[in-house]
Design a protein around this ligand. Structure first.
Ligand code: GLY
Length: 432
């Protein structure tokens, strides 16, 4: 099977790594990819947001499957363009991706499907914002209706901060804000594959969204993750499939927008029961890195079955008994204004540790300047080129071993000014 993966992050590197290990896969391509992905797949400098260009590339390469990783190309209709070219694609249409692209639309679908979630108010004026904040009270939950690259949601007890975020969301073109009840309790991410009708859940993971240890500091795209969740209630996955995933997929099909790809169900296990915090229309990052590290079934056939309406023919997925922990190494300043160009070393040393692999996100190769003879002899240098730079994955017999491996890997990586959390999976490994 020949496959083209669209995207540039550590999630796409994890997908490519799993696909490269699948004996069914004969050729791997990525658009545009990153230097880590380039070690496993042929890279093509195509704009991931340009559906016609991605479809043309897929046709030229004669691939059997296109896998679209990030949300922005999905919302931009890249999967539609590929599907229109007659090529199987893992990823929802632009209409389906509105489950992530519009928080208000997601809430409307949840209401129609009877999915348990926080009661929302969708507001479009400063007066309505103030009323909604006062009606719900602290802690305030304020969500940008549209895509905001992980910066759209603010949860705070500071009313001024909540108001400022809501007004900033409103300031954008077509700005709308969703204000809702705060959901207490631990959060879980569950990815559910869908071919438009049949759903197949993967295993749950937990993400660490705040920048600093102890869940302090600003929100990020995710600073680490682990799986399994020894503390999660038995039957959680079955409950979420029955109460959330299947009704949502059925509702999308009923609306004439069958959802093909992965429905990311973000959950809070509250004192009043399991509630949906958010839907995303793609794999989570960094949760994918730990979920795929545990998947024993070869990935290509699974994704192709979803893309071709054949999930009902798939044998049950097989999972390794191992645990996996991933730690994000972020560049100086992340999640604020980040510094690029710092050299990265130590990846090979990290990967020499049993059970450790390193996935690239914001990395680039800096070529030696042309015309400098000495420099021309030097190899291109791997440098930081984004906020989340690497994710270091540790796999072990249990969470304690997986954590130890991941952090031993992080210790061997040198990136000036970088930072990472030191408490990923700590409480779970301690049985808390
Ligand atoms: N880890 C959070 C996300 O992928 O949105």
């Amino acid at each position: 099977m020949k496959i083209l993966v669209v995207g540039t992050g550590a999630r796409e590197h994890a997908l490519v790594r799993s696909l490269a290990a699948d004996p069914q896969v004969t050729a791997l391509h990525a658009a545009p990819g990153n230097p880590g992905i380039g070690a496993l797949a042929q890279l093509h400098p195509v704009d991931a947001l340009d559906g016609e260009a991605v479809a043309a590339l897929a046709a030229e390469l004669g691939v059997d499957l296109v896998v679209v990783g990030p949300e922005a190309p999905l919302v931009a209709g890249v999967a539609d363009a590929v599907r229109s070219a007659g090529i199987p694609v893992f990823g929802p249409s632009a209409a389906g991706a509105r489950l992530e692209g519009s928080k208000a639309f997601a809430k409307e679908v949840m209401a129609a499907a009877g999915v348990p979630t926080a009661e929302p108010r969708v507001v479009t004026s400063a007066d309505q914002i103030a009323d909604a904040l006062d009606a719900f009270g602290a802690p305030y939950v304020v969500k940008d209706d549209g895509l905001a690259a992980g910066k759209g949601v603010v949860v705070t007890s500071d009313r001024d901060e909540a108001l400022a975020h809501a007004l900033a969301c409103l300031d954008k073109a077509d700005g709308r804000v969703v204000i809702e009840d705060y959901l207490d309790g631990p959060e879980v991410s569950l990815f559910v594959l869908s071919d438009g009708s049949t759903v197949v859940p993967l295993v749950p993971a937990q993400d660490f969204k705040r920048a600093l240890d102890g869940d302090q500091g600003p929100n990020t795209g995710g600073m680490g993750a682990y799986s399994p969740l020894p503390w999660a209630p038995e039957g959680l996955v079955d409950e979420v499939v029955a109460q959330v995933a299947q009704p949502t997929i059925d509702e999308m099909r009923r609306r004439g927008m069958p959802f093909v790809g992965v429905l990311y169900v973000g959950l809070a296990l509250t004192s009043r029961g399991t509630r949906v915090v958010e839907f995303n229309a793609r794999f989570g990052d960094p949760e994918t890195q730990v979920v795929l590290a545990r998947l024993a079934t070869p990935l290509a056939g699974v994704l192709r079955a979803a893309a071709t309406g054949a999930l009902d023919t798939l044998p049950p997925l097989e999972w390794r008994d191992d645990a996996a922990v991933t730690v994000v190494v972020a560049s100086h300043g992340y999640p604020g204004s980040v510094r690029s160009g710092d050299p990265i070393t130590g990846i090979e040393d990290a990967e020499a540790i049993d059970g450790v692999h390193v996935l690239h996100a914001g990395t680039a190769l800096r070529q030696a300047p042309a015309g400098d003879d000495d420099a021309a002899l030097r190899e291109a240098q791997l440098v930081a080129a984004g906020g989340r730079v690497l994710t270091v994955v540790g796999v072990g017999a249990d969470l304690t071993a997986a954590r130890a491996a991941a952090y031993a890997g992080v210790e061997r990586i040198d990136l000036p000014g970088s930072h990472h959390r030191t408490d990923i999976a700590q409480a779970a490994a301690a049985g808390e």
